[in-house]
Design a protein around this ligand. Structure first.
Ligand SMILES: [Mg+2]
Length: 346
């Protein structure tokens, strides 16, 4: 933006001026994006491919706290969580539509910062912005992102197609985003009681990034493509391993057995758990926001994933009468629950 533009504020620009200002440098890179911002509707052409559509609504005070969430990160995350949902269907994200509501307390530079995060995520995941809306709001900030993706017929992976004995795998590591949130909430309380004290966030980069600037597992979807196979069922981990694994089990009408010592937890997450006196397995099972992929594969495909560092087998699917359990390191059977977990004996 030029120096003279900086003198504008949002009311000078008006809604259409603001949209024009924010979207003027947007380029369309996807072949499927025929027409983007600037007409009544975007025009997309997937030529024989199946289309995936998903939406997430983020509300200030419910899904994010602007006291500790930089707007650039927020914009980035709003896009990434939607992209993750397209990837979780084994699809390729191609376009997004972004709608933003914001109150008068935000000046142009704040909205630009938010949009910069949105733009960066689009660049990273090679997604075109093809539309959206902007409105002033009487309450807090609202961000609604719709992601659109494509997949060849037969390539889409659903939640309800896992089979008995399929191996359950997760990507990356779990619980980090939740511990990042715990740290931010703690420092917020300190700041509220002693406003002069700067938050102590040194050395916690990993978990903070997991919470504030998560990435989606486009690399894993590429890996499936390269190895020429697809999982039998898949979901992204947004509500915690337990909740999301239970979705796979219920929708596939199966049970599961996972092993506590197989659940991948980063050492930085572990360290933070010790500081907070939280069981790291609890952070992984119930924390959420990790945006890793959770999927099942047939035992015949195990060879294809066994050397992949970013993919960790954690157990297998069972018949439905077994139920959904985690075998603890002390070899107890612990029933998985959407929130919290308890021993089978109870
Ligand atoms: Mg999801």
């Amino acid at each position: 933006m030029s120096e003279s533009d900086k003198n504008y504020n949002i009311s000078d620009l008006g809604e259409f001026g603001l949209i024009e200002h924010l979207t003027k440098n947007i380029q369309l890179n996807r072949k499927s994006s025929i027409k983007g911002v600037g007409d009544d509707s975007a025009v997309l052409d997937f030529s024989g491919k199946q289309t995936l559509v998903t939406n997430d609504l983020l509300l200030e005070g419910i899904h994010f706290d602007l006291m500790y969430t930089p707007l650039k990160h927020l914009g980035y995350k709003a896009v990434v969580v939607n992209i993750s949902d397209v990837l979780a269907m084994n699809g390729i994200p191609t376009q997004i539509i972004v709608s933003i509501g914001f109150s008068s307390r935000f000046g142009l530079n704040y909205i630009e910062e938010l949009y910069e995060g949105i733009r960066l995520a689009c660049e990273k995941y090679q997604v075109d912005i093809v539309g959206g809306d902007i409105s002033s709001s009487l309450t807090g900030m609202t961000i609604s992102v719709t992601a659109i993706g494509q997949a060849e017929p037969g390539k889409i992976v659903y939640r309800n197609t896992a089979q008995v004995n399929d191996i359950i795998c997760t990507t990356g590591d779990l619980g980090g985003a939740y511990m990042g949130l715990q740290l931010l909430e703690r420092e917020k309380e300190v700041f509220k009681s002693k406003p002069g004290v700067q938050p102590d966030l040194q050395g916690y980069d990993y978990i903070l990034e997991r919470q504030l600037k998560p990435e989606a597992r486009a690399d894993t979807i590429r890996f499936f493509e390269e190895k020429e196979f697809k999982p039998s069922a898949m979901i992204d981990i947004s509500d915690g391993l337990a909740s999301d694994l239970l979705h796979l089990c219920h929708q596939s009408d199966l049970g599961c057995k996972i092993f506590q010592d197989k659940i991948p937890i980063d050492k930085n997450t572990q360290k933070m758990c010790e500081e907070f006196d939280i069981e790291s397995t609890t952070a992984a099972l119930n924390g959420g926001d990790d945006h890793e992929l959770l999927f099942t594969i047939s035992t015949g495909d195990y060879e294809k994933i066994k050397d992949e560092e970013e993919i960790q087998p954690i157990g297998h699917m069972t018949s439905p009468d077994f139920g959904c359990y985690m075998i603890s390191t002390s070899e107890h059977e612990i029933k998985l629950q959407a929130q919290g977990w308890r021993s089978k004996e109870e």
